[in-house]
Design a protein around this ligand. Structure first.
Ligand code: KG4
Length: 348
């Protein structure tokens, strides 16, 4: 049975628990009513996400986060039309918490479940509408540079739920490159935002790090990480204060190298496909240097560039709810036998 609220509004409750953020959001007819995100500080001491600690924290957070999202939206559980949850890709223990919650909610309220591909949701974050905010979404077909802690991909988006990966990383993701190099410099986890902040005070041309030679539209970041590590090791032999003395220059040069690698392939993809409607998504798209470089590149190649709001770049349930809204309209539901997937292709 599909539950409907009094006004026949489509109210989607979105649940995100793929990594280390527990998030819940309510979207009404495509418009955002609430988007609550609880981060997990417990991982900071370990320099990376500890899967078992992440799933335990999700268990503690999920009920209060959903409660807050519903209250902020002014919506009762029984008014929810459908519940959308991240099925994958992500950490299995973390995904299980969101999936189990969705099943419980569905059983209790009668709202059907919609399973969501986290990668598709990052791409569709551009379609979240907000009251009293201009709405200028990308037009199909568009290219999306999806850059996060787990992915670096160039995607051709033909329709809301019709996407194809043109190229992707063959090893580390761009976010991992930021985080691993930041760790070597003694910066806290996740290091991306710290590198971003320090890079503003440094010289991006101070140091040159190697760029990969990878065919087609694929990426590679593990070579950069290694060359960064070896360079620091050599310099520290000469001067033990090297990192402290040159931290801002190191951050600026590292950031510039990552941005150059990302943009080289994006420009190539835009040229070869003839698509000039370009978007960016995922946690790394919060990077101020990348945002600036994308805007400059857009002017140079006459792209129409779409950059999402900060709140919709990192993991959040609003993107899960909006994807659920599109799947609801196509009648794509899932049943109680749904299990999460650690790995998932963007087309699934
Ligand atoms: O999409 P996301 O929230 O989730 C995962 O994929 O886990 O992305 C997190 C990644 C981390 O690697 C983080 O360091 C990176 O996004 N990130 C940034 C910035 N803000 C977040 N990287 C560079 N500059 C930033 N300002």
């Amino acid at each position: 049975m599909i539950s409907m609220n009094k006004e026949n509004d489509i109210l989607i409750l979105g649940i995100e628990s793929s990594c280390d953020d527990t998030s819940a959001s309510v979207i009404k007819n495509g418009y955002l009513l609430s988007n609550i995100i609880a981060g997990q500080k417990v991982h900071e001491a370990y320099g990376g996400v500890v899967p078992e600690l992440a799933s335990r924290a999700h268990q503690q957070n999920i009920v209060p986060v959903v409660d807050q999202a519903l209250k902020q939206a002014g919506v009762l559980p029984e008014e929810i039309t459908a519940i959308a949850f991240t099925r994958g890709p992500g950490l299995l223990g973390s995904l299980l918490v969101g999936t189990s919650f969705a099943k419980g909610f569905s059983l209790a309220t009668g709202a059907p479940m919609i399973d969501i591909n986290h990668l598709q949701a990052h791409v569709l974050a551009h379609f979240i509408q907000e009251y009293n905010t201009p709405y200028d979404p990308p037009k199909f077909p568009f290219l999306c540079l999806l850059v996060s802690g787990g992915n670096s991909q160039i995607i051709v988006v033909k329709d809301y739920l019709d996407m194809e990966v043109l190229g992707q990383t063959i090893d580390d993701a761009a976010g991992e490159a930021f985080d691993k190099c930041a760790k070597v410099m003694g910066l806290p986890y996740p290091g991306g935002p710290f590198v971003d902040r320090l890079a503003k005070e440094g010289n991006p041309d101070a140091f040159k790090f190697s760029k990969p030679r990878i065919p087609n539209f694929d990426y590679s970041f593990s070579g950069l990480k290694t060359s960064f590590l070896y360079y620091l090791r050599d310099q520290l032999k000469e001067n033990e204060n090297f990192i402290e003395e040159r931290k801002a220059d190191l951050c600026a040069s590292l950031q510039k190298t990552i941005i150059d690698i990302l943009l080289d392939k994006l420009v190539k993809a835009a040229k070869e496909t003839g698509i000039r409607e370009i978007t960016v998504a995922g946690g790394v798209s919060a990077n101020s240097g990348l945002r600036e470089a994308l805007m400059q590149t857009a002017v140079k190649y006459r792209w129409k560039m779409h950059i999402p709001k900060f709140a919709f770049t990192t993991d959040n349930a609003a993107m899960i709810a909006i994807t659920g809204y599109f799947k609801y309209q196509k009648g794509e539901f899932t049943g109680m036998d749904a299990v999460p997937f650690a790995r998932m292709d963007i087309r699934v």
